[in-house]
Write a protein that binds this ligand. Structure first.
Ligand SMILES: Nc1ncnc2c1ncn2[C@@H]1O[C@H](COP(=O)(O)OP(=O)(O)OP(=O)(O)O)[C@@H](O)[C@H]1O
Length: 282
């Protein structure tokens, strides 16, 4: 990576609990993210994705290791410094849109600008530009509950970008959206990464997003690896017959000592109802 990474972590670890209850949620992760890059973090449930993202966004202090934003180490920052850093350098988009219900769309978008040097007034043209870009101009005065899920998530994206942060962190941003709206939100994030030079790091379970990502990282048991360099391990879903990558599949079960992999929870449920229908011991 020729340029200095906008976000860099070294030997980053987070442990919860102790003794028998010790959880190594993130375990000695090294990672460099460049400006304008769209990076996906995927992995099974409970593998440490949210914990890693929270440390990347200075929302959670690591147990060990270092985090640097634009070459500046933030590990020893006091709470007030971290709050300023988050307000100015990092935008967050979550699965739950977390909009303020009593505020209009535009007021929601402008909220983080209160913490920016120019304040809300200076940010108004930027808010108008973002609302236009995200197709929300006509809804600027509306209250969030009158918007569709996809529109609400677009408001959350505009809010995350109001202070022109060089880093945008998104945790399951399409988790509450149908596939069409989800795809739309993904393309917006992709375009923003490209046009604004913003690094986008996204946690997702959605394999369709892989196509638009620059890098796909796989987190398992707290450890990270580059998934595209790994080979695929194609197997057949025993219920529907679909080709599934056993290496990355989320839905698996053990039956008679053998692992079976499924395309969805629905197929697993059907399998569990009558496994003997799908497993042939010949
Ligand atoms: N505050 C906490 N206290 C104790 N354990 C925690 C805490 N936060 C997370 N963990 C544990 O750390 C591990 C990683 O959790 P994390 O939420 O980061 O996983 P994830 O990959 O984001 O999961 P999912 O895809 O289900 O959201 C889990 O075993 C979880 O139970």
């Amino acid at each position: 990576m020729a340029e200095q990474p906008i976000l860099s972590v070294r030997q980053l670890s987070k442990r919860f609990g102790s003794g028998k209850a010790l959880v190594r949620a993130v375990d000695r992760v090294d990672l460099d993210i460049a400006s304008g890059e769209l990076v996906l973090i995927m992995g099974p449930s409970g593998s440490g994705k949210t914990t890693l993202l929270s440390m990347l966004g200075a929302l959670l202090r690591p147990t060990e290791g270092k985090v640097a934003v634009a070459g500046r180490e933030i590990t020893d920052f006091a709470q007030a410094q971290l709050a300023r850093l988050r307000a100015q350098q990092i935008g967050f988009v979550f699965q739950a849109f977390n909009l303020m219900e009593a505020l209009s769309v535009e007021e929601n978008v402008l909220l983080p600008a209160q913490l920016a040097p120019g304040g809300v007034k200076a940010a108004r043209p930027r808010a108008a530009e973002l609302l236009s870009r995200l197709g929300l101009t006509a809804r600027a005065g509306a209250l969030p509950h009158t918007l569709s899920g996809g529109e609400q998530q677009r408001v959350a994206i505009a809010r995350a970008l109001i202070n022109r942060p060089p880093i945008l962190l998104a945790d399951e941003p399409t988790g509450n959206l149908d596939s069409h709206r989800g795809q739309e939100v993904m393309m917006i994030l992709h375009d923003i990464a490209r046009d604004e030079g913003c690094a986008v790091v996204m946690v997702t379970h959605d394999p369709r997003v892989e196509e638009i990502a620059d890098r796909v990282l796989w987190l398992e048991d707290g450890a990270l690896r580059d998934r595209r360099s790994d080979r695929h391990d194609w197997v057949q879903d025993p219920v529907c017959g679909m080709r599934v990558d056993a290496w990355t599949a989320m839905v698996k079960t053990l039956y008679q000592g053998q692992q079976h992999v499924f395309c969805s929870e629905r197929c697993l449920q059907r399998f569990n109802e009558a496994p003997e229908r799908y497993v042939h011991n010949d």
